[in-house]
Design a protein around this ligand. Sequence first.
Ligand code: GLY
Length: 253
Amino acid sequence: MLLDGGHPVVLESFLDGPEASLFCLVDGRTVVPLLPAQDFKRVGDADSGPNTGGMGAYAPLSWVPEGLVDDVVARIVQPVVDELADRDAEFSGLLYAGLALTSEGPQVIEFNCRFGDPETQVVLALLRTPLPGLLAATANGTLAEQPPLEWADGAAVTVVLAADGYPGKPRTGDVITGGEAEGVLHAGTRRREDGAVVASGGRVLSVVGTGSDLEAARADAYERVAGVNLAGAHHRTDIALRASRGEITVPTS
Ligand code: GLY
């Protein structure tokens, strides 16, 4: 039917730029973007090995062109939100645009209707405007009345600690120590009857560090990772490394 209507159908397209995630609060008509972030999908350093649910993330993205967020909202997110509203299918919630920043401009890889993991850990670590009020405004349709969002200076980095075997079958049941420290967020964990906290999933913990810049945030995150112990656990050691060295660029046409 699409083909009969003369619509182009893209079977495959090479996207030549780095990826970024942009989360937008949407109350039906108004779009409020949060800070863009970048996550790391491959299990191993230097993007080696199989894909995962995400092994780490950082924000802000110092390498994105100025005006990128406004451009993505104006050309991608707002038209989608307006079209949904015009079709009596108003969207209210969190619209997550997974983007490739290519030489031909931002391209959408995926939309999700939820916060993304692990990017949310770094975006919310930098958000100073209280989140509950923003979520209430999203639900009540009053985002347009909200003052501009406030963000902390500096950067945030999160490193995911994964169980032995992940992203294949993870080994569960091992005891975690150090998991109660500041910056350690639990994901695949559970408390045993004897009170011990044990691994119960593949991506076990997400450890968040902050600092005045990416290098400082990386140092903080990895110092915190070193304080957590889980037998057989693994994590990437290069989260935000290339960005902190200024090695990421958006290609130009
Ligand atoms: N960060 C990828 C996702 O949440 O789907």
